[in-house]
Design a protein around this ligand. Structure first.
Ligand SMILES: Nc1ncnc2c1ncn2[C@@H]1O[C@H](COP(=O)(O)OP(=O)(O)OP(=O)(O)O)[C@@H](O)[C@H]1O
Ligand SMILES: [Mg+2]
Length: 254
């Protein structure tokens, strides 16, 4: 199963959700690969902390190589590294992705990630892709490479407006490039059960027939601590209510 976590709106929880769900999958014994396609490298830092990614590893190096002619085509496996967590491998993200983008676009490398993941299919049970807050070359590559798309939603009115555009973008990718792509669901993040606006906004999505996943993820200061200590929530505090919600959400994905 290959999942992309996507929302072109910034700061809705993409990287946090990708890392935590991937960490749960790995802790349950699945062989998991996380691909960081964001030049901010937040998922990478979340998993590696201050440790430098090994030289040569990274999504930028992978895409850069796709621009070069080689007699022997390299494998995406050459650009991965281990993380401190068993069963969880990483293709790190970095700012180098920026300068490559225009070239990748003009040389039509949009299927490269999909092809590379097809070849790696035997090595991993699950692939999780974290994306930047934009519909750019990298997000489109991810949507073309994935079977399924999770959409984090942070319960505000602007996010709701952005959601319609997002669903249209996904539908366009489905129609033009990837019929297999499913919108697996909307992940409600930083939900405040006692405030009326978030409840109303989420209920509207449900009433419109959008696939809103359960349970909703609450808001907790533990998330920032978890980032700072480079420990996914299930490793930082397994019994915390947010860790449990993440586990239930993972189980609901099937
Ligand atoms: N459940 C939560 N509780 C509290 N804070 C959260 C929660 N989820 C995310 N955050 C906070 O929200 C901010 C954005 O989260 P994150 O970086 O995961 O979003 P993103 O969508 O990946 O952002 P970007 O679009 O910049 O890549 C972070 O500061 C993070 O600490
Ligand atoms: Mg992010």
């Amino acid at each position: 199963m290959r999942r992309v976590v996507f929302n072109q709106k910034g700061g809705v929880g993409k990287s946090t959700i990708t890392v935590n769900l991937a960490a749960i999958a790995a802790a349950e014994g699945q062989r998991v690969l996380l691909i960081d396609l964001d030049r901010q490298g937040n998922a990478t830092r979340y998993l590696l902390g201050d440790a430098e990614a090994p030289e040569g590893a990274g999504s930028a190096a992978f895409f850069d190589n796709s621009l070069k002619f080689a007699v022997r085509e390299s494998s995406a496996a050459d650009y991965l590294c281990e993380t401190p967590f068993e069963n969880l491998h990483l293709m790190p993200g970095s700012a180098l992705l920026d300068e490559l983008q225009a070239k990748l676009e003009s040389r039509q490398k949009i299927y490269k990630l999909r092809q590379a993941l097809d070849k790696l299919a035997e090595n991993y049970d699950q692939v999780w892709i974290d994306t930047p807050p934009a519909l750019n070359f990298y997000t489109r590559s991810a949507l073309i490479a994935a079977d399924s798309c999770l959409i984090p939603f942070d319960c505000d009115a602007f996010s709701r407006a952005a959601l319609y555009e997002l669903m249209q973008n996904v539908a366009e990718i489905q129609a033009d490039h990837n019929e297999e792509l499913q919108v697996e669901g909307i992940v409600v993040n930083q939900f405040q059960p006692r405030a009326s606006l978030p409840q109303r906004v989420v209920q509207e999505l449900i009433d419109e027939g959008l696939p809103v996943l359960q349970p909703y993820l609450g808001s907790s200061v533990k998330v920032k601590e978890s980032h700072e200590r480079a420990l996914p929530l299930i490793h930082l505090e397994p019994s915390h209510s947010l860790s449990q919600a993440y586990r239930q959400l993972y189980a609901a994905l099937g």
